[in-house]
Design a protein around this ligand. Structure first.
Ligand SMILES: *[C@@H]1O[C@H](CO)[C@@H](O)[C@H](O)[C@H]1NC(C)=O
Length: 406
């Protein structure tokens, strides 16, 4: 009996009200809602996040049984560099896929450059590198190479067409990511490669609050498979923001990291590979609303010790985001007058979290949360986001169905 009372209390404490959120949006109309993002930087971050959610849905739907993750900021930055070489019409098509058409920012490239440099501040633990690779034989327009270098500090790399190209390319990415992302472009590099956008990113999350039990072997339940035993980190009285979303059938926790970064976990009530309902709900606006409506509590927090590495060719997923017409007849007149074809878009991402943190959890439980025996245990398939709170930029999005996949 007592337990039921507690659960009811907990429910009303943590339950998120979509009805309330929906009412305000309805009343103010869709246009108003976007005003949550008021500066050029936050608008760009919101557009890029929406591109990221769309791309993630495409990627996730291609193989529903696989764990996947990606860095929207990195892919968007690579395609923005590419768009500088497109005709006006092609630029429109690329901007639409990247969601830039919602922005009306005449200083778009400067806004992006500044956003990227603030996200790459070392305290955030985020590194990303993107580069356009171009074959020397294309008779490239110098103006394009110069303007990309001037704007983003990196000149597109010219492929000589020999066996040394691959090593040069991958060495550059490795160096840019502090040695953390290796072999970004898989071997062999096809001999006829003319144009190849590449993006890679690395994140080492630094929690604000450390985990006292850094490495407990625990079971992770999997859909349709025997449970796996993996290392997890655990801490009592851990301060998080949390909410129960009954519409999405999941509990959401936002765990604060250093320098304004947060990691969000979407943990379904059941052990299932099917996270479609949650995936479909994700937009920049939804997550912004969420960050404002989650409740601050202290919980017994148990998280997998995450070390994920993933690489993919994003070309098919990008094609489904409205770029198929442009890809069929790639128009990059400011790069070369010769016809070029995109055969791949390589993306490699590595993400790790460690139990370390600057602060110890307090030993006294807060009035709410811990005293109710509240725990949050990520021990089954989940979806996660890494978001920069000041700008709203989505650094990573992924789902882990089976920790041994990644
Ligand atoms: C996954 O869940 C969605 C929403 O609940 C449902 O419509 C869909 O049929 C499910 N897919 C599979 C393969 O079970």
């Amino acid at each position: 009996m007592k337990k039921i009372v507690l659960l009811v209390g907990l429910w009303s404490l943590l339950s998120l009200s979509h009805a309330q959120l929906a009412d305000t949006t309805d009343a103010e109309g869709e246009e108003e809602a976007v005003d949550l993002f008021t500066t050029p930087r936050t608008k760009l971050a919101a557009a890029t996040s929406d591109f990221g959610y769309n791309l993630f849905r495409q990627l996730a739907s291609r193989d529903t049984k696989a764990s996947v993750f990606l860095s929207p900021m990195s892919i968007s930055a690579a395609f923005t560099q590419l768009s500088m070489g497109a005709s006006e019409r092609a630029e429109k098509q690329i901007y639409r896929a990247l969601r830039y058409h919602t922005l009306q920012d005449s200083q778009l490239h400067d806004t992006l450059r500044d956003l990227l440099s603030s996200l790459r501040a070392s305290a955030k633990g985020f590194k990303s590198a993107e580069r356009i690779l171009l074959a020397r034989k294309l008779r490239l327009r110098l103006e394009y190479l110069n303007s990309v270098e001037k704007q983003y500090g990196e000149r597109p790399q010219i492929l000589a067409g020999g066996a040394r190209d691959l090593k040069t390319v991958n060495d550059w990415f490795k160096q840019q990511t502090g040695g953390k992302v290796d072999q970004v472009v898989p071997s062999p590099l096809p001999r006829n490669t003319a144009l190849l956008p590449v993006g890679s990113a690395y994140f080492k999350g630094k929690w604000i609050t450390r985990f006292g039990k850094p490495n407990k072997m625990e079971t992770f339940r999997r859909d349709g498979q025997a449970p796996a035993v993996i290392p997890m980190m655990e801490q009592e009285n851990y301060p998080v923001k949390m909410g129960i979303d009954s519409d999405l059938g999941c509990t959401i926790a936002q765990v604060p990291m250093e320098d304004g970064v947060s990691m969000y976990f979407f943990l379904p009530d059941e052990v299932t590979q099917n996270l479609t309902l949650i995936e479909e709900a994700l937009t920049a606006e939804f997550v912004q609303d969420l960050s404002n409506s989650l409740h601050t509590v202290k919980v017994l927090l148990t998280l997998p010790v995450i070390k994920l590495s993933y690489k993919t060719n994003l070309l098919p997923s990008l094609s489904d985001l409205g770029l198929s017409e442009w890809l069929a007849e790639t128009d990059l007149t400011k790069i070369t007058s010769q016809p070029v074809k995109l055969n791949a878009v390589h993306h490699k991402v590595v993400l790790e979290t460690a139990p370390e943190g600057a602060e110890y959890a307090s030993t006294t439980p807060s009035a709410t949360g811990q005293s109710l025996g509240l725990s949050y245990r990520v021990d089954r398939p989940f979806l996660f986001l890494v978001r920069d709170e000041p700008s709203g930029a989505l650094l990573f999005i992924g789902k882990v169905l089976n920790p041994s996949d990644l």
